[in-house]
Design a protein around this ligand. Structure first.
Ligand code: SUG
Length: 444
């Protein structure tokens, strides 16, 4: 077995971070629709969270935000003229499409892609499939630029395979790593890849909220990555109806531990049994929280499970990195305290402030894409995108310089925001050493 580490790549929050209520079934997004956001606070919170993880000893990378407003999308709908005219016409005639074109949703990097580490892929390379995110219009605009960013971060085709997104149709609705958990004895050892899906491609779906991942999408990705140790499990309908738009809202896992809410899976006993059977060289530990101790609604509003479960260097037990909202919810806080007070696998809980993202339904786990890398693979990543103290400092100054401290959904129509965003992204490409042409506006 080769030794490996789990790195995190976080989505840097973009200058158009806003509360436009674009995601039905994501209760926080609906609840905060129309509120003013603070993009400057948001980007700084995200950067501080990244630095916290880097300081704890885990390799940390930055995925650049996407160009927004997405003028190419609006032009493809027939809006024409100068950029300012396109925006003005789109906001006048099709405000919902215009709002989708402005979303900073690429920040939630857990949805960027599904990742299979080399220890689990037949050809030994790390495989990435950018998620097509077809369930929500604003998110369906992400995968092409995500692929570009993954290529920039993982440039060596001998070690990394960056695929295209699955065909962008409802049958293959895919939300990336938010519905994937890898369990293993050690990061470098073969793992169990738990793929959680919400509906089948041909199933008539009549739930109150969309099921964003199809079984067929998960199967297709496992096939193209030639992934081993795959276990498929159905997300519970109750969880989706309660606002669990991704499995990572009620479940997280690391190494031999799966930490989840009682209502996460349609068939909990069957899911546990399948994981046990697939586990090679380790005994999985299931830490299941009963709905009687933590009602689903509290789990969703406090995001206890949308935490990062990490093994810190030199520590035996796992650390759970929760949003401060978990501490603010009496029941969730009690569960978190109970974990560390027991002899179980989770020995420590830490809290991070990502409130700006949380108001759109994105906790600490949503903001990061986990990538297991061997030492040689880590050395083959793009060093310009790795978060060092210096890069954290430079990006903090950059964000404080370019980003607004208040943005209402109505401000998204301001053509000045387009210029600011492009100015910010242009400078960002120099800071990260990405060169011209990384963004569409740099190629025209
Ligand atoms: O897809 N919110 C995102 C949150 C994604 C969270 N990711 C994970 N759980 N892994 C979503 O629902 C809201 C945008 C708005 O309403 O403006 C949004 O897209």
């Amino acid at each position: 077995m080769t030794s490996a580490v789990e790195a995190n790549a976080d989505g840097l929050i973009g200058p158009t971070h806003s509360y436009a209520g674009l995601s039905p079934g994501n209760l926080a997004s609906s609840l905060n629709a129309g509120e003013a956001s603070n993009p400057r606070a948001a980007v700084l919170q995200g950067l501080d969270k990244m630095k916290r993880l880097a300081d704890l000893g885990l390799p940390q990378f930055v995925l650049p935000p996407h160009e927004r407003p997405d003028l190419r999308f609006l032009r493809s709908l027939g809006f024409s003229g100068s950029d300012a005219q396109v925006l003005e016409r789109a906001w006048r005639d099709a405000p919902s499409f215009a709002a989708a074109a402005c979303s900073a949703s690429s920040m939630w990097a857990a949805n960027a892609a599904m990742v299979t580490p080399g220890a689990d892929s037949a050809d030994g390379r790390v495989h990435f499939t950018p998620a097509n995110l077809v369930t929500n219009l604003h998110r369906s605009l992400e995968h092409e630029q995500t692929k570009r960013a993954l290529h920039a971060l993982f440039p060596d085709p001998a070690r990394f395979a960056v695929h295209d997104a699955l065909p962008p149709v409802a049958h293959f609705a895919d939300e990336g790593a938010a519905n994937h958990i890898r369990l293993c004895a050690d990061h470098g050892a073969p793992g169990v890849n738990l793929l959680v899906w919400g509906r089948e491609a041909w199933e008539h779906w009549d739930g109150p909220y969309p099921a964003r991942q199809t079984r067929e999408a998960s199967e297709a990705i496992a096939r193209r990555h030639d992934a081993r140790g795959v276990v498929l499990a159905r997300q519970s309908r109750t969880a989706i109806a309660g606002g669990t738009f991704h499995n990572d809202v009620v479940c997280v896992g690391a190494l031999n531990t799966l930490f989840h809410h009682e209502l996460a899976f349609e068939d909990t006993a069957g899911t546990h049994a399948a994981i046990r059977q697939a586990a090679d060289g380790f005994e999985p530990i299931f830490v299941e929280i009963a709905a009687a101790d933590l009602p689903l609604a509290d789990a969703i509003s406090s995001y206890l499970f949308n935490s990062m479960l990490v093994q810190l260097p030199g520590e035996d037990r796992l650390t759970l990195i929760c949003p401060t909202e978990t501490r603010d919810n009496a029941r969730s806080h009690a569960v978190a305290q109970g974990l560390t007070g027991s002899n179980g696998p989770i020995g420590r809980v830490e809290y991070v402030d990502v409130r700006q993202s949380m108001r759109n339904g994105g906790g600490p786990a949503c903001l990061r894409l986990r990538v297991v890398l061997t030492e040689a693979e880590l050395a083959a990543t793009n060093p310009g995108m790795r978060l060092t103290d210096e890069l954290h400092g430079a990006l903090s100054v950059w964000g404080a310089t370019w980003y607004r401290d208040e943005l209402r959904p109505s401000d998204l129509a301001d053509p000045g925001l387009l210029d600011e965003s492009r100015g910010a992204l242009d400078e960002l490409t120099s800071i990260l050493g990405l060169g011209g042409g990384f963004y569409p506006f740099q190629r025209t």
